[in-house]
Design a protein around this ligand. Structure first.
Ligand code: DLL
Length: 434
């Protein structure tokens, strides 16, 4: 069994067919939310809009935006649009402050999720008969479960390894010989490093496809992973409130932006400040409306993720550019904005530096300072302090050219940056400690 499954007809449908389906589904979804969720009824009434106002897709921006806070404020099940008896699964974000964000799924929602992850994996080049190792965490969060059901649906043998447990990961990769590994990009790099440390060339493993997401990563980071393992590394996107992983995914044919599965989610890009809708091609915040979700419909949900919409290529559905960052991850240093991914790009231009780094933010005499901590590669061609200082000075110069302000840089010896074991934490904020 090694068959490549056919695409769903809608994946290659014309734009007109896609829009017609979207409109029909949008009318249903907006009405479903209004009729069954107090929050949507109240906010639509307050804004003076009614589901009957949706006559074309361009009517959607008349409706109010929704956000994570609304789900949290209605903790635990207040945003559900179906009786609890029809909800067969819940997930929740851990939530560092306040209540967790609880999301729910009917059986049909779980089927849709599985179908869309299967579609995503197929776009990434996976097919039935392959072995898929999942190193995202299983638990309250949506990460591993959606991927698990989708891989099964595609016909893969699934290894539900879960996160962490580095030694075990390596053992199962060596013994079970997976074709596909699903994990955050940062943990994939850590696994590559650990394989090397154990005397195994990551290129000699059975892995052919890496499915990575849940955190921002640059194209330079993709090259790094692809070179390290000799694989295709594909970007998958999603968020719990809207479903989980599989809202959008790259195609192996073009590896240039993620196709949004527009038959189930309607994307808009807004200016995060003015909330005005921007035309395709312009950078802004992604807003998603679910078109088929039963348990937790979301209407104009603000994702906080910054991207832009681009036309379809390998599939008719529009693509979103890889997410460069969330508006909440933006660092404001002395009034200038910078995303960790901008720094990542500059670091990886220097082949002597490893892809592991962290960013320390401090405040001294009311001045914010950013220190970029990078690390030399074992094969950088030197180890001494002078060697590292030279690289560090060059890095500082290049970052200033790229972001427009000065940062401190420090290049550490091999293996001194803490390795990611899941979702990487790039920013060490020491401002509170001042
Ligand atoms: O991280 C779902 C997911 C799991 C996606 C596994 C991909 C793979 P949440 O925990 O709700 O859900 O976090 C969602 O993570 O709003 C983005 O800020 C970020 N994110 C997810 N995928 C990507 C990606 C999952 N491919 C939040 N690139 C989102 C950049 C991503 N950021």
């Amino acid at each position: 069994m090694n068959a490549k499954a056919a695409l769903d007809p809608i994946e290659t449908a014309s734009r007109d067919e896609i829009s017609a389906l979207q409109l029909e589904r949008l009318k249903w979804s907006v009405k479903h939310a209004y009729d069954n969720v107090d929050h949507y009824k109240n906010s639509f009434d307050e804004a003076g809009v009614h589901p009957d106002d949706i006559q074309s897709l361009s009517d959607l921006p008349k409706f109010p935006l929704s956000r994570k806070k609304h789900i949290r404020d209605n903790y635990p099940f207040g945003m559900f649009a179906v009786p609890k008896e029809q909800v067969i699964r819940v997930h929740a974000s851990s939530g560092t402050t306040g209540n967790p964000t609880v999301v729910g799924y009917t059986r049909k929602d779980i089927d849709t999720w599985s179908d869309l992850v299967a579609r995503s994996l197929r776009a990434a080049g996976a097919h039935s008969g392959q072995i898929a190792h999942i190193a995202f965490g299983y638990g309250l969060r949506t990460n591993a479960f959606g991927l698990h059901y989708g891989a099964e649906k595609l016909g893969c043998m699934v290894i539900p390894m879960s996160g962490g447990q580095a030694e075990k990961q390596l053992q199962l990769i060596n013994d079970f010989k997976p074709d596909i590994v699903m994990v955050t990009p940062s943990y994939m790099l850590s696994l590559g490093d650990m394989l090397k440390r154990n005397g195994i060339d990551p290129r000699d493993t059975s892995i052919k496809i890496g499915i990575h997401g849940a955190e921002p990563w640059t194209y330079a980071m993709r090259d790094e992973i692809e070179q390290l393992f000799g694989i295709d590394a594909l970007d998958i996107y999603g968020l719990s409130e809207v479903m989980g992983p599989g809202v959008a995914c790259e195609c192996v044919e073009d590896k240039d932006g993620l196709h949004i599965w527009e038959d189930h989610f309607y994307p808009e890009i807004i200016d995060p400040e003015t909330e005005e809708v921007l035309p395709d091609g312009e950078q802004g915040e992604l807003v998603l409306t679910s078109l088929t979700k039963e348990a937790l419909p979301v209407i104009r949900f603000r994702t906080r993720d910054l991207t832009r919409l681009m036309p379809g290529t390998a599939r008719s559905m529009r693509r979103m550019e890889r997410v460069g960052g969330r508006s909440d991850d933006m660092l404001i240093i002395r009034g200038r904005n910078v995303f960790p991914s901008q720094i990542e790009e500059v670091i990886l231009q220097d082949k002597r530096l490893s892809p592991h780094y962290s960013l320390e933010v401090t405040r001294h005499d009311r001045m914010e300072n950013l220190t970029v901590l990078a690390e030399v590669r074992p094969d950088a061609g030197g180890f001494g302090e002078t060697f590292r200082q030279e690289i560090s000075a060059d890095l500082a110069r290049r970052i200033k050219l790229s972001v427009g302000f000065s940062v401190n840089t420090k290049v550490l010896p091999v293996d001194e940056i803490e390795r990611s074991m899941g979702r990487v934490k790039r920013i060490i904020d020491l401002r509170e400690a001042d």
